[in-house]
Design a protein around this ligand. Structure first.
Ligand code: SF4
Length: 392
């Protein structure tokens, strides 16, 4: 039975991430909290950080079991063999040996669900540990994804967000081999035909994989929302080359222009990293000016931080930490202005909002098709419903 963290549970599973800077510290703190309130409970650590640093984690007092990327799906079997007080067990293998695909979805709120259709990544961006933590690119089959989508629709879900580590690379089987007959474009086409579900969003897609056919299908679809999230990471071609990204800024600009020419009201979100080694003031200014010139809606700004085992550690000179923070702030300000401008463009327009089911302080929230966040006093009849809404 699932419990809230503040309740007492027999087993606590901490699913760690390697993307946050403080994975180690956060994990230690959580384990300490569990030990204080429930010393008899079993503590299992899994996720990316567990795959990358199993020995380090097994040294945290109170941890009973560390499960790597392949083993986390066998958690029930491992638990049967475990008693509190045994020495910490590690069950993990080299990431190259990890294969198989396990579909999963979140179902906290019926309104919007995240459906995993792809995992792992075959790219080698020099700042990234994800391929080391999640393994090679693998995907679900289109048939299975459709089955899951229909199942979710039956549970009352209105919007499905398709997720993956490198979603545009969909089409490699559970063993990582490319299936000639399956691609992300094929998936989008097939999902568009499923009547039972009302809305899809694509969580994030690499610009080089966002092909013309995909843009065109989304532009003509009533189910795929006018919203793309496209990682850029840097607006300097020199930095992009050092990051080993698979495109240059010209391709990115061309994608954004094309999307906006077909769907002027489309929201476009951008991931960007500041303070990557060798990023000079001139490079940063190039990034800032480039983002400023693009017709985008918001930014997710990440401050570069060193990660063990990545090639970026060899790139010099490093950017001082205070400069990284200043650049982050400058881009967050730019993001705020972009969002204001994007919202301004839609004032007075009627758009469809999917309201979430829960209320907070008497208010409810939802998103328009093009990802504008709407907040309004709670009305029970709007919960988990799509409502015509005039943007004020
Ligand atoms: S494409 Fe994304 S997940 Fe893959 S290596 Fe690059 S940043 Fe990491």
């Amino acid at each position: 039975m699932k419990k809230e963290f503040d309740d007492r549970a027999d087993v606590y599973v901490i699913n760690t991430c390697s993307v946050t800077d403080n994975a180690d510290k956060e994990c230690r703190q959580l384990v300490r909290r569990i030990q204080r309130k429930s010393p008899e409970s079993l503590v299992v650590i899994t996720g990316c950080y567990a795959q990358l640093k199993p020995k380090e984690i097994s040294g945290i007092p109170g941890v009973d079991l560390v499960l790597g990327a392949a083993e986390k799906f066998n958690i029930a079997t491992h638990l049967k063999e475990l008693t509190k007080g045994d020495s910490t067990r590690i069950s993990s293998c080299d990431i190259e040996e990890v294969s198989g695909f396990h579909a999963s979805y979140s179902l906290n709120d019926r309104t919007r669900t995240f459906l995993k259709v792809q995992d792992g990544c075959d790219y080698g961006c020099t700042f990234c540990t994800i391929p080391m933590a999640r393994g090679k690119s693998r995907s679900d089959s289109i048939t299975n994804v459709i089955r899951n989508v229909k199942e979710l629709a039956q549970k009352g879900v209105k919007e499905i967000v398709l997720t993956g580590v490198n979603l545009g690379d969909f089409g490699k089987g559970a063993d990582g081999a490319k299936k000639a007959e399956e691609s992300f474009y094929g998936l989008v086409q097939e999902l568009d035909k499923v009547n039972e579900i009302e809305r899809y969003r694509i969580s994030s897609i690499e610009p080089n994989l966002l092909l013309e056919d995909i843009i065109r299908t989304v532009a003509g679809s009533k189910k795929f929302m006018p919203h793309f999230h496209i990682p850029l990471q840097s607006g300097s071609n020199e930095v992009l080359r050092l990051m080993r990204r698979r495109y240059q800024r010209e391709l990115y600009a061309e994608r954004v222009e094309h999307i906006k020419s077909l769907v002027p009201h489309c929201a476009i979100g951008v991931d960007v990293i500041v303070g990557f080694p060798s990023e000079s003031d001139k490079h940063f200014q190039e990034t800032f000016d480039f983002l400023h010139s693009l017709d985008i809606s918001y930014l997710h700004v990440f401050t570069y931080s060193e990660r063990d085992g990545t090639k970026a550690l060899e790139i010099k000179p490093v950017v001082p930490v205070h400069v990284r923070h200043e650049r982050n702030k400058a881009l967050r300000n730019l993001s705020y202005m972009k969002m204001q401008y994007f919202t301004e463009q839609h004032r007075g327009q009627s758009r469809k909002v999917l309201f979430e089911g829960h209320q907070k302080n008497g208010m409810m929230e939802g998103y328009t098709d093009n990802y504008l966040r709407i907040s309004t006093p709670y009305r029970a009849e709007w919960a988990n419903q799509i409502v015509d809404w005039t943007i004020a």
